[in-house]
Design a protein around this ligand. Structure first.
Ligand SMILES: Cc1ncc(COP(=O)(O)O)c(C=O)c1O
Length: 733
C-alpha cells in the first residue's frame, strides 16, 4: 500500500445517498432533496464523488444542461449526467470538477472502469473536493455509486467512501416485492461499516402492479425489522419524476413525500478532530511503559485504521508497522478471513464465561493448539495476556509439587535467567531479569534463582561460542546441584530472550537447559509468548531443538494480532496432579473473567486456519534467509555492534564504539531517536534500549520488508552520525 493522505473528519451536515442497487432512482432522490432544501433557503452543495458512464457535453440530454455543464468545467473532460442533474437541482456555482472529481467513461463498476482505462480512482482528489465543498455549504447532498459494496479499487468499496466522508446514510430502495430483503442487506452492511443510518426512501420505479401487495406493507415492515425510519415513499409518476428539466415538479414531489424536517433536525454526530483526540489522549490516557511528562509535551501518533502491514494515523499518513503492533500482527491488519470470523462470532455471542460453562470457539481453539504444540502438551488453560499465561504456569508448577505423589512442597523456588522478560504481573516480574523494569518492586517479589543469560555479544564469562561449550549454563547446573530439591521449575524464553534486545541463544543452549531439568527432575516452563506462532521460522521456538516443555505460555500472535487471548499449555503429568475428589481440594483456583472469550478465540482459530492454508511458517523460514542477507549491509555501519536474528525477530545493537563495544548511555536515548527518525520516514519501530527491533508482520510483502530495512538503515545513519558529533563536542567542551 502506498502512503495516502488522510480524510478530513466531517463537521458538515449532509447526507450520503446510496441505492440498494443501481437504477433505483437515487439520483432523482438526491436531486429532489437538494432542490427542495435550496427552495427552503438552505445553502446546499452537491457531490457525485465517483461516476462511471461519462459522456461528452454534446451527449447531455438538453441544451441547458450542456450550457450549464460547459460553464462549470475547468478542464476539457467528459461529464456525468447524474452530476449535471445534481448541479442544476441545487443551483450551485461550484466547478464541475469539485462536484464530480472522479469521472470514468466506461459504464462499468468503478474498479473495472478504472482498470480498463488505466486511470485508478484517486480518493485523494475526492477528499480534497469534499473538504472544499464542506467549507462552502451548509448542507451537502452526496450521491454514491450503485450500492454499498460497489468496488472503487481492489480494497476500497463505496461503503469505505461513505465512512471516510462521515455523513449519515440515506438508502434508496425500489418499492416492490423484495424491497425488505434489499434494504435489510444494505442496513446490515452499513452497520458493519459503522455508518450512521439516517433513513430509507422507497421509490416506486415501475407502474403500479395491483397484484403487488408489498406496496402496502413494505415501509412498516422495514421499520420493524431494521429499526431505521422510512422517510418517504415516492409513488410512480409515469416518467414525470425522471423529467430532469421539471425541477419544480421534483421539488413538489420530494417535499410532499420525504420528511425533510426529520432530516434537517437530525443531530449532527460530530467526529472528534485529530486535535481533540490528541488533547483527550493527553488528558485521560496513561500509557504503558511511558514517561507521561514527556508524552504530554510531544506530538504523538494516534492510529485510526490499518491494512496489511500498514497503519494509518489521524495525521492522515500511513506508517509501515515494523513491530507488528507489539509483536502480534501475523497476516496483516484487516485480514478478511479473521475480520469475518470475528463478525460471524459476534452474530452468535460476544462473551460467555468458561467458569462452569464451555463455549464453542474456545473448544475449537484448544484442540487446534494441542494439534500444533510440541509433543507432550495435552491441555489448554486460557487467560488473556502473556503475563497471565506465565503467571498461570508458575502457579500450576508450584501447586503441582504440593499435589504430586509423593508431595514435594519444599519445591517452591523458581530458576529464571538474567535479562529474561516474562511480563508485568508480580509473579512474572519475579521471574524477570531486567532490572530497569523490576527493581522498584523487589520487596514484593518471591524467591527466584537467577542463571546467566546467553548474551554472546557481551558474554558474562568473556568467552566465545562455540569454544565456550556453553559454559554460561554451568551456573544453572551448580544451582540445580545445590538446591535442586527446592526448585519447582526453570522458566525459559526459548531460542531468544526477546525483550532484553533479541538475545538469540547459541545452538545447543536450549536443549542443554531441558536436559538439566530432566536430570534434576525440575519442571521446564517455556515462555513462547514472543516466539510462538512462527516468529522464529518454526511454529514454536522449542521445535528448533526438539524440546518438550511441561508447561508452555502462549499469547501475542495467537489471535493474529486481533484480540487479547492467551493460553498455558500443560502436559498430562501436570494436569493429572490436579485431578481428584472434590473434597481433596486439588482444583486449580485461578480464572480471569474474560478467560476463553469467544470473539478472541474465534479470531485465533481463523488465524491458525490461515497459517495452515498459506504455509506461512515455511515462508517465514525461507524469507528469513533472504532477510539475513539483507541485514549484512548494516554491518558496515560504524555504530552497529551486533545483529541478532532468528526468523522474523531481529535486534540491531547500536554501540558508541564497534571495537570496544562501548554502549551508548541510556540517557542518550539512541534507540528512541532512531525510531523517531524512522517515523519521519513513515515506519513505526520501537526500540529496546540501544537495540533497534525489527519484527514485521509475518505476512509482509518482500517490497515492504525491503522498505522497512531501507528506512531503518537511513535512520540509524542519520541518528548515529549525530550522536557521535554531539558526544564528541560535549566531551571537548
Ligand atoms: C517472552 C514474553 N513473555 C511474556 C510477555 C508479556 O506479555 P503481555 O505483554 O501480553 O502480558 C512478553 C511481552 O513482551 C514476552 O515477550
Amino acid at each position: 500500500m502506498s502512503r495516502r493522505v488522510g480524510w478530513a473528519l466531517s463537521v458538515t451536515r449532509g447526507l450520503f445517498i446510496t441505492g440498494t442497487d443501481t437504477g433505483v432512482g437515487k439520483t432523482i432522490v438526491a436531486a429532489g432533496i437538494a432542490a427542495a432544501l435550496r427552495q427552503r433557503g438552505i445553502n446546499v452543495g452537491v457531490m457525485k464523488p465517483v461516476a462511471t458512464g461519462a459522456v461528452s457535453l454534446a451527449h447531455l440530454p438538453t441544451a441547458d444542461d450542456q450550457r450549464s455543464a460547459a460553464d462549470k468545467l475547468v478542464s476539457d473532460r467528459l461529464v456525468s449526467e447524474d452530476a449535471v442533474l445534481l448541479i442544476n437541482a441545487a443551483g450551485v456555482d461550484d466547478s464541475y470538477e469539485l462536484v464530480n472529481p472522479v469521472c470514468l467513461e466506461l459504464p462499468l463498476a468503478p474498479s473495472v472502469a478504472a482498470r480498463e482505462t488505466g486511470r485508478p480512482v484517486d480518493l485523494e482528489v475526492v477528499r480534497s473536493a469534499f473538504a472544499t465543498l464542506a467549507v462552502r455549504h451548509e448542507f451537502l447532498v452526496i450521491e454514491g455509486v450503485g450500492g454499498l459494496l460497489v468496488p472503487l479499487d481492489d480494497t476500497v468499496r463505496v461503503a469505505d467512501l461513505a465512512r471516510m466522508l462521515g455523513l449519515p446514510l440515506l438508502i434508496v430502495a425500489p418499492n416492490r416485492l423484495g424491497a425488505i430483503n434489499q434494504v435489510l442487506m444494505t442496513v446490515e452492511m452499513a452497520r458493519l461499516y459503522g455508518l450512521d443510518l439516517a433513513g430509507v426512501v422507497l421509490n416506486r420505479t415501475a407502474p403500479v402492479d395491483s397484484s403487488d401487495q408489498s406496496l402496502r406493507t413494505n415501509a412498516e415492515e422495514i421499520v420493524r425489522q431494521s429499526g431505521v425510519p422510512v422517510l418517504g415513499v415516492i409513488p410512480h409518476a409515469n416518467g414525470a419524476v425522471a423529467d430532469v428539466s421539471n425541477g419544480d415538479r421534483l421539488v413538489e414531489l420530494v417535499s410532499q413525500v420525504i420528511d425533510l424536517d426529520q432530516l434537517l433536525q437530525r443531530p449532527v454526530t460530530l467526529q472528534p478532530t485529530p486535535q481533540q483526540l490528541d488533547a483527550w489522549d493527553k488528558q485521560y490516557v496513561w500509557h504503558p511503559f511511558t514517561q507521561m511528562q514527556d508524552w504530554v509535551q510531544q506530538e504523538n501518533l494516534i492510529i485510526e485504521e490499518g491494512r496489511g502491514s500498514w497503519l494509518k494515523a489521524t495525521d492522515g499518513r500511513w506508517y509501515l508497522d515494523g513491530v507488528s503492533s507489539l509483536w502480534t500482527t501475523v497476516h496483516g491488519h484487516r485480514t478478511p478471513e479473521i475480520d469475518q470470523a470475528v463478525i460471524r462470532q459476534l452474530h452468535r455471542v460476544a462473551h460467555s464465561t468458561l467458569l462452569g460453562l464451555g463455549n464453542v470457539p474456545s473448544i475449537e481453539l484448544a484442540k487446534r493448539l494441542i494439534e500444533i504444540a510440541p509433543e507432550g502438551l495435552t491441555k489448554v488453560f486460557f487467560s488473556d495476556s502473556g503475563s497471565t499465561a506465565v503467571e498461570v504456569a508458575l502457579k500450576m508448577a508450584y501447586q503441582y509439587w504440593h499435589q504430586v505423589s509423593p508431595p514435594q512442597p519444599q519445591r517452591r523456588t523458581f530458576i529464571s535467567f538474567v535479562n529474561a522478560y516474562h511480563g508485568d504481573t508480580i509473579g512474572s516480574v519475579s521471574v524477570g531479569g531486567i532490572g530497569l523494569f523490576h527493581k522498584i518492586f523487589e520487596s514484593l517479589l518471591f524467591d527466584v534463582e537467577k542463571a546467566e543469560s546467553p548474551y554472546c555479544y557481551r558474554c558474562p564469562l568473556g568467552k566465545t561460542y562455540p569454544s565456550c561449550r556453553i559454559a554460561c549454563l554451568d551456573g544453572l547446573e551448580t544451582t540445580l546441584q545445590r538446591r535442586g530439591q527446592e526448585i519447582a521449575a526453570v522458566v525459559v524464553e526459548p531460542m531468544v530472550q526477546a525483550a532484553s534486545g533479541m538475545l538469540v541463544q547459541p545452538a545447543g543452549w536450549l536443549k542443554r537447559v531441558e536436559q538439566l531439568c530432566r536430570q534434576y527432575d525440575v519442571l521446564f516452563i517455556a515462555d513462547e509468548v514472543a516466539t510462538g506462532f512462527g516468529r522464529t521460522g518454526t511454529m514454536f521456538a522449542c521445535e528448533h531443538e526438539g524440546v518438550s516443555p511441561d508447561l508452555m505460555a502462549v499469547a501475542k500472535s495467537i489471535s493474529g494480532g486481533y484480540l487479547p487471548v492467551a493460553a498455558t499449555l500443560a502436559s498430562d503429568r501436570i494436569y493429572n496432579a490436579f485431578c481428584g475428589e472434590y473434597a481433596a481440594l486439588k482444583t486449580f483456583f485461578h480464572g480471569h473473567t474474560y478467560t476463553g472469550n469467544p470473539l478472541a478465540c474465534a479470531a485465533a482459530v481463523a488465524n491458525l486456519d490461515l497459517y495452515h492454508q498459506s504455509g506461512l511458517v515455511r515462508r517465514v523460514a525461507d524469507q528469513s534467509h533472504w532477510l539475513s542477507k539483507q541485514l549484512q549491509r548494516f554491518r558496515t555501519l560504524k555504530h552497529v555492534g551486533d545483529i541478532r536474528q532468528i526468523g522474523f525477530m531481529v535486534g540491531i545493537e547500536l554501540v558508541r564504539d564497534q571495537r570496544s563495544r562501548e554502549a551508548y548511555l541510556w540517557e542518550e536515548r539512541i534507540g528512541i531517536r532512531v525510531c523517531q527518525a524512522a517515523r519521519r520516514r513513515d515506519a513505526i519501530l520501537r526500540p529496546l534500549g540501544n537495540v533497534i527491533v525489527l519484527m514485521p508482520p509475518l505476512g509482509i510483502s518482500q517490497s515492504d520488508l525491503l522498505r522497512l530495512l531501507d528506512v531503518t538503515y537511513e535512520s540509524i545513519v542519520e541518528v548515529t552520525a549525530g550522536a557521535v558529533d554531539s558526544y564528541q563536542s560535549r566531551n571537548k567542551s
